[in-house]
Design a protein around this ligand. Structure first.
Ligand code: FAS
Ligand code: PHB
Length: 381
């Protein structure tokens, strides 16, 4: 078989890249190890930056988002006894949207602009080809002009890209996440600092809530009964504070997510280009993972269309440097939010964190800094 671009991975990065290349007149084939159902069902990100929403709308993927997504002006930052609202629209002129990654994935699959081979195995990247075994067990060879590694943090592209540098920071805590069939107890997200540990109240819809608790690394989700989860969430989110109540409900999914920062440079090696989690991982505190994948792919699609349709290699040659500027900005912001909000058990740290939170919630300069980064810098920043 032959195509112009082989895309490894049918997550949001891979499918969005296929959609953008199709619109640019470049042929692509996507190879995915899992089934379409498995990929669609994975519960992951929940927040889209304005620039992500604008990009998706600009390529015909915004109608369900606008109809079913929820625009938020900002977030709440919570400390024991106090809760402060940061209004991103007032501070930075931009909002964010609550629209789950599962919904973005559904919209990409529904667009049906990608040729996807699901349930493949033995994917091997070569200089100008990819070999794999298809779902029927038949060995295949795909001759290509370029390869896009969109296969996340456990894929084959990372190693194949022969990184010159790998940066990693593993945090001393994880998140226990729950999906709950109950109306959110808040209109916008609450990020809470508490001496017992961080908590986040997010949501997926007017009837589904998504909440997270800081837990020690290696936590077994079986050690956390529903009652224990709700008790910790109530304490950390300030149940009863100024009359506010956290309403529990039936938990439909529980999972523990380890937290780390990872960046691999460069994001290109010859004909192989990395995008999304294949190149970088951020702790979810800054809600950047999915948005960074979208930003990478917006740049990579323009580079590959220029290279393969117009014979102009300039954007392909600058892709890694261009993408890494935003990657490092989002990596720093995710680290900053994570270290500001998670309890380390060290009393000195606690005083620094509370002082930082008081500054961010009382100073226009501090609040604007958070708003600019959270609501997202323009693509191509
Ligand atoms: P993905 O991992 O989504 O997709 C990669 C795809 O490649 C997968 O479908 C995989 O099956 C496939 N693949 C792997 N190896 C392959 C191979 N050898 N050949 C072919 N295909 C292969 N971000 C947030 O902002 N908020 C969150 O709350 C949040 N929660 C998360 C929870 C978890 C458990 C994880 C892992 C991530 C979470 N993230 C979150 C980050 C997440 O949203 C990622 O940033 C996003 O999925 C990145 O998209 P992709 O780069 O497409 O990678
Ligand atoms: C989510 O809704 O899953 C979510 C929201 C904001 C974050 C992380 C996760 O920072």
């Amino acid at each position: 078989m032959r195509t112009q671009v082989a895309i490894i991975g049918a997550g949001p990065a891979g499918l969005l890249l296929a959609h953008l290349l199709h619109r640019g007149g470049v042929d692509a084939v996507v190879l995915e190890t899992r089934s379409q159902e498995y990929v669609a069902a994975r519960i992951r990100a929940g927040i889209l930056e304005s620039s992500s929403v604008e990009l998706l709308e600009s390529v015909g993927l915004g109608s369900r988002l606008r109809a079913e997504g929820h625009e938020h002006r900002g977030i709440y930052l919570q400390m024991p006894g106090e809760r402060h609202h940061l209004d991103f629209v007032d501070l930075a002129g931009r909002s964010v949207w609550v629209y789950g990654q599962t919904e973005v994935q559904k919209d990409l699959v529904a667009a049906a602009t990608a040729v996807v081979h699901y349930e493949v195995s033995d994917v091997v990247l070569h200089e100008s080809a990819v070999t794999f075994v298809d779902s029927a067990g038949v060995s295949q060879r795909l001759d290509v002009d370029a390869i896009a590694g969109c296969d996340g943090s456990f894929g084959v592209s990372r190693a194949a890209a022969a990184p010159e540098q790998q940066f990693e920071r593993v945090y001393p805590y994880s998140w226990l996440g729950v999906l709950v069939d109950v109306a959110p107890s808040t209109d916008e997200l609450i990020y809470a600092w508490h001496p017992d540990g961080f908590a986040l109240h997010s949501m997926r819809s007017p009837t589904v809530s998504r909440l997270y608790l800081q837990v020690p690394n290696g936590t077994d989700v079986a050690d956390w009964s529903d009652d224990r989860i709700w008790s910790a969430l109530a304490t950390r989110l300030g149940h009863g504070q100024d009359g506010w109540k956290l309403t529990p409900g039936p938990i439909t999914d529980k999972s523990v997510l380890p937290m780390r920062s990872y960046v691999q440079t460069p994001m290109r090696s010859g004909r192989l280009f990395l995008a999304g989690d294949a190149a970088h991982i951020v702790p979810p505190t800054g809600a950047k993972g999915l948005n960074l994948a979208i930003a990478d792919v917006a740049l990579l699609s323009r580079a590959l269309v220029a290279l393969l349709r117009d014979g102009d290699a300039r954007l392909a040659d600058s892709y890694s440097d261009d993408a890494l500027r935003r990657v490092w900005r989002c990596t720093h912001f995710s680290w900053w939010m994570t270290t500001m909000l998670h309890a380390s058990g060290d009393p000195f740290d606690a005083q620094l964190q509370l002082s930082q939170l008081r500054w961010v919630t009382s100073s226009a300069a501090g609040a604007t800094g958070l708003a600019e980064n959270y609501a997202g810098l323009p693509i191509g920043f």
